[in-house]
Design a protein around this ligand. Structure first.
Ligand SMILES: Nc1ncnc2c1ncn2[C@@H]1O[C@H](COP(=O)(O)OP(=O)(O)OP(=O)(O)O)[C@@H](O)[C@H]1O
Length: 234
């Protein structure tokens, strides 16, 4: 079980997160839903270890992992598909997905995940992960790499941003795939129809946890309240 306990984050004296408490139980899919600027990506970066909270703790199976680096957390099974995936010169998609052949993955599994994210194996496996791939294609490759990894916790930051394929279908396919392998999904989104696909949701606004519960309840609340509120815009 992964938890955020009383997590606060300050940036230039401005409080970005106010005492956030969240629990992520094994094998369940979660969404963190909220409007632009709510603090969703900040939470993802704190979970991943890219940012250190100003106060509060990140607890994994009862142990405090707040001081651990991204690499140390990755070893414990916490991985993330970043909102802006990286580019690498001279590495093919297949090398990228198999960590240069270090991961022993069967060809048909690579094919399965590439097709799941909407890329043809024949057309993409031997392309380079450089600027010749479009932003959307790199995003799909990044998602495919997380799928192959099957981490204990998969954090997906706006997985549908920049993609033209029907986001809802893609998210459904990703959630079904991870469910098969017992991966806990933590999906960051500002689309309530995407959040509705997960089991449980946390709705945050202006750095505060506003509501938590079964996704259909939280989404219902979000539709009734958030759309009528102009708070983040002023
Ligand atoms: N380095 C920084 N310096 C100043 N403010 C920052 C910095 N990083 C984030 N913020 C602010 O923190 C708030 C939360 O940002 P965050 O990226 O976590 O929001 P978000 O909910 O993920 O938004 P979006 O849906 O637009 O990606 C925003 O108001 C943002 O401007």
């Amino acid at each position: 079980m992964l938890c955020l306990r009383n997590v606060e984050y300050l940036q230039n004296c401005r409080k970005i997160l106010h005492s956030i408490n969240m629990t992520f139980r094994d094998g369940i899919s979660y969404s963190i839903l909220g409007p632009n600027g709510a603090g969703k990506s900040t939470i993802a970066r704190i979970l991943m270890g890219e940012l250190k909270p100003t106060s509060g703790q990140i607890i994994l199976d009862g142990k405090d992992i707040t001081g651990l680096s991204i690499t140390e957390r990755a070893k414990l099974g916490i991985s993330m598909a970043w909102q802006e995936p990286a580019r690498y010169e001279g590495i093919t998609v297949k090398d990228y997905l198999t960590l240069g052949g270090k991961l022993k993955i069967k060809e048909d599994e690579i094919q399965e995940v590439l097709e799941l994210v909407g890329l043809s194996y024949e057309l993409y496996a031997h392309r380079f992960v450089d600027k010749s791939l479009s932003g959307g294609e790199r995003k799909r490759v990044e998602l495919a790499s997380l799928l192959l990894l099957k981490p204990r916790y998969a954090i997906l930051d706006e997985p549908d941003s920049g993609l033209d394929i029907t986001a809802k279908e893609l998210i459904e396919r990703i959630l079904n795939y991870f469910q098969k392998y017992g991966t806990t999904v933590i999906l960051i989104t500002h689309h309530e129809e995407i959040a509705a696909k997960t089991d449980f949701s946390y709705f945050i606004c202006a750095g505060r946890l506003v509501k938590k519960g079964f996704s259909h309840e939280v989404v219902d609340y979000y539709r009734k309240t958030c759309r009528r509120c102009s708070f983040p815009e002023g």
